[in-house]
Write a protein that binds this ligand. Sequence first.
Ligand code: GTP
Length: 600
Amino acid sequence: MTTTGQAVQAIRNFSIIAHIDHGKTTLTDCFLKVTRSVTDLQFRERMMDSNPIEQERGITIKLAPVRMNYTKDGKEYILNLIDTPGHVDFGYEVSRSLAAGEGALLVVDATQGIQAQTLSNYEQARALGLTVIPVINKIDLPSAETDRVVLEIMELCNCEETDIIHVSAKTGLNVEAVLHAIIDKVPPPKGEIEAPLRALLITSHFDVHQGAIALVRIVDGILTREKLALCASQESFLPLSVGVFNPVMEEKKSLSVGEVGYIASGLKDVRSLKVGDTITQAKHMKVVERLDGFKEPQPMVFMDVYPTDSADFTILQEAVEKLVLKDAALTHSGTHSAALGSGLRMGFLGILHAEIVLERLQREWNVSIIATAPSVTYHVTVQTGEVLEISSPAQMPDPTVIRGVTEPIASVRIITPIQYMSSILDIIRERRGEYERSAYVGERTQLFCSVPLSELITDFHDVLKSITSGFASLEYSVTDYKPVSAVKVTILLNNEEVEPLSFITVTDGADEKGRAMVKKLKEVLPRQMFEVPIQAAIGGKVIARETLKAYRKDVTAKLYGGDVTRRKKLLSKQAKGKKKMKQIGRVSLDQNVFMSVLKR
Ligand code: GTP
């Protein structure tokens, strides 16, 4: 189908929003089958998850687009679906896919009901003025509580029972009814076909053959293979090809108003394609009005990453540079530690993002790594009045020069069955959080609170899941910075600082954490040929100390009887040897020691 002004009427751009695991990807697979966008032969489950870790873990990390053709009442339609990730770490991807369409399917699991992510995504969709079509999925399951979930959705969306489509993405039940609702309810895109090209850059990825590839939504005009320009960077390029995702890339002569497709830019660095930028013809670059962009993803969690074998640093560096080309949300810079040699300080969107990146490094590049405990970014005001952004204990200035510290605070939304409220409030208090308010979602409670990000990125989610038997869901975003009394606890082995083991923590309880770390180290460190003091200190003050006893080889064992001079001689030789080792010998710390200490 060619896209003329009239054909715009046949386009529907939509995304699916849902809480993690509620069935977006399975439903997308159904759409692909029903619209015959892929043949049965080509079909494999989780078609849209391209990365092996996405396939294996069953989670979507990056938004992915697909174009489907579908005929209803004898009329052909183009349905552009943008699949989105469900996990909180990748929330910024959701906002972008929503901005690419006019409608959104709100998919709710019939066994779970509305969850935290469902609500925040729904609110974003409403704020963008999208048409929302509610869908209840997994109605085939015996544990489905369809009636309860219908009531929850009616209350949330202020809709009639008949507006909610009941489906099973597993069996394919009612999947076509969803496609019909999209055609009937989601409006076709608007835009001026005669105007200069304005394409919104939604996301990008890197292809070894075609360079940086932009996923775009054509807002005005027509995109062809002529010289194009990026309005933010003022960089121009001649595209290698333009086309659509079917779901694999399929070249087209042109893309017109309302269409979603790709531009293979041929540019070597994916960072040139700034998400949210406007792409136009090079000749119109100076005159065209730029589209509203998106908020840039901000790394929230930082770790220092070292190769287990220092000789592998170049491999690690190359691997990370390649990953950064594909993943614009990942940041990195060089760092060095006396104990572990050269390493990289890496910034991630959240803990899941970090886990996935570290797993890819080890799996795809075969580098064994040691990663320090995750840290957030503190704002530290020093005596001169300068404010430093500190995202690693190694950067923390001496306590004597610090005037004040602020830490990132997250606004948290938790949805839970009411009986778990008091245990949840307990963990919020324990984690220095503050309760704000609560509201009902059907028979469950929606709880709003603020919690320091540093407390959320450890095991908050796991604890929440375990105390609520998996029934509570969580969603958060960083909204504020607040003063905190925080200190760096330095860990010393044999009087030398081991930076990767040092950490930043709140002053209250810092002694306790220091003692725990020192004790744990004593348990896991292998004995050395000499005595090793293990200390925790704040500034110059030692707050905890343990001693790892040396192996003492009984050099006098063979001497029976009383040759005192010989005995003394042997002992003094041993003492000298030990002294030498203390001076020159380094405590050997292997990866297992780090792993067991850093694991929380
Ligand atoms: P993320 O990509 O992680 O956000 O998850 P998702 O929302 O895409 O969920 P996904 O499609 O991966 O489905 C989660 C699990 O639910 C999978 O094991 C699916 O097989 C299962 N599932 C999805 N839809 C249905 C359904 O209608 N019925 C049943 N019984 N299972 C379903």
